[in-house]
Design a protein around this ligand. Structure first.
Ligand code: NAD
Length: 340
């Protein structure tokens, strides 16, 4: 058993169901006695109401200092002048790796209740998402978009995927691309990936064209272990994978950079069920497990995942989205009792 180290993490309770699922997640983490200190900070609508800004400087400073943020979903107001807070965080901290595990869990409404255990590693800073594109003609009939792929950007994301494989005992990395058509951008990504892969003879590497990959994921998802790909493909594939294993309530994600990392649930602030105390805290707790891995507390992370699985298996106090009659806090308490 590892000795608890003192880590201070920035906690964003977020909007909508955010505070409810964060209280539940912190209840579980506290019960596990991990030696974590929390520094609470505001962002999103909560921050806009308190200090007139969606992403206050104090929040940025806190994340910069602690290097780890544990984040509930934020509501980005609809309308002119508001850019997505999540995109802003990604840009400001150069969070180049978006890491999204997709795993089959028992007793969930899922196409694959067993057999899927994969991680999508998506390049998060370049590719097709470097800008909004532009209209080429004044009549609004033609639009173009520029993509950017760099050797440095490709190398660091592929290296991240291989290091992740080594660290977690995974055996295979699949490089997903479209180099047959997008010969310059996807071609450079693939070529760079091959060079990096050669440095990891202990990890199997295969290549797959993105359209085939989508079909394979739907038909035989158990063949995948780690997928590494560029921004747009990764965005689509990671949601496809979340769908394979039962959707948003169980999908966590991490945004990792050199100087900071942010751990969160993939779902949003769910305004339709906010304030009712029935939101599923699992996705945020699975993000917490990713955070514990990142902090080197791998046995605690494993324990937390096992506790979640055991609680699902026992159908103990599950939230209504999983067909249960429990609520956010009863579910969290059931998980906590198995995680200590
Ligand atoms: P959503 O993910 O909030 O909700 C989609 C559906 O899933 C809803 O029916 C909701 O009730 C359900 N759901 C989501 N999480 C759940 C949970 N933990 N337990 C049970 N049910 C759950 O998506 P949306 O409605 O499109 O977006 C709402 C707001 O969230 C928007 O303002 C959007 O900008 C924001 N958002 C934030 C993030 C983030 O901060 N990472 C991500 C996505 C959306």
């Amino acid at each position: 058993t590892q000795t608890p180290a003192q880590h201070t993490i920035t906690v964003l309770k977020g909007d909508g169901i955010g505070p409810e699922i964060m209280d539940a997640a912190l209840y579980v983490l506290d019960a596990m006695q991990l030696g974590l200190q929390y520094e609470f900070a505001d962002a999103g609508m909560t921050a806009l109401e308190k200090v007139g800004e969606l992403l206050p400087a104090a929040t940025m400073d806190s994340i910069r200092k602690n290097r780890i943020a544990f984040k509930s979903p934020l509501t980005t107001p609809v309308g002119e002048g508001f850019s997505s807070i999540n995109v802003e965080l990604r840009k400001r901290f150069d969070l180049y790796a978006n890491v999204r595990p997709a795993k089959s869990f028992p007793n969930t409404k899922s196409r694959f209740p067993s057999g899927v255990d994969l991680i999508t590693v998506r390049e998060n800073t370049e590719g097709a998402y470097i800008g909004e594109g532009q209209m080429l003609s004044e009549d609004g009939e033609t639009a173009v978009l520029t993509q950017k792929v760099t050797r440095r950007g490709s190398e660091r994301i592929v290296r991240y995927a291989f290091e992740l494989a080594r660290r977690t005992g995974r055996k295979k990395v699949t490089v997903v691309h479209k180099a047959n058509i997008l010969k310059s951008t996807s071609g450079l990504f693939l070529k760079t990936a091959r060079t990096v892969a050669a440095e990891y003879p202990d990890i199997q590497c295969n290549e797959m064209i993105v359209d085939n990959c989508c079909m394979q994921l739907v038909m035989k998802p158990e063949q995948f272990d780690i997928i590494v790909t560029t921004n747009l493909f990764g965005d689509i594939i990671s949601d496809l994978c979340a769908g394979l294993v039962g959707g948003l309530g169980l999908a966590p994600g991490a945004n990792i950079g050199t100087d900071a990392a942010i751990f969160e649930a993939v779902h949003g602030s769910a305004p339709d069920i906010a304030g009712k105390g029935v939101a599923n805290p699992c996705a945020l707790l699975l993000a917490a497990a990713q955070m514990l891995d990142h902090l080197g507390m791998t046995d605690k992370a494993a324990k937390l995942r096992e506790a979640i699985i055991a609680t699902l298996e026992a159908k103990d106090s599950l939230t209504p989205d999983l067909g249960g009659e429990g609520n956010t806090m009863s579910f969290a308490k059931a998980i906590a009792s198995r995680a200590v």
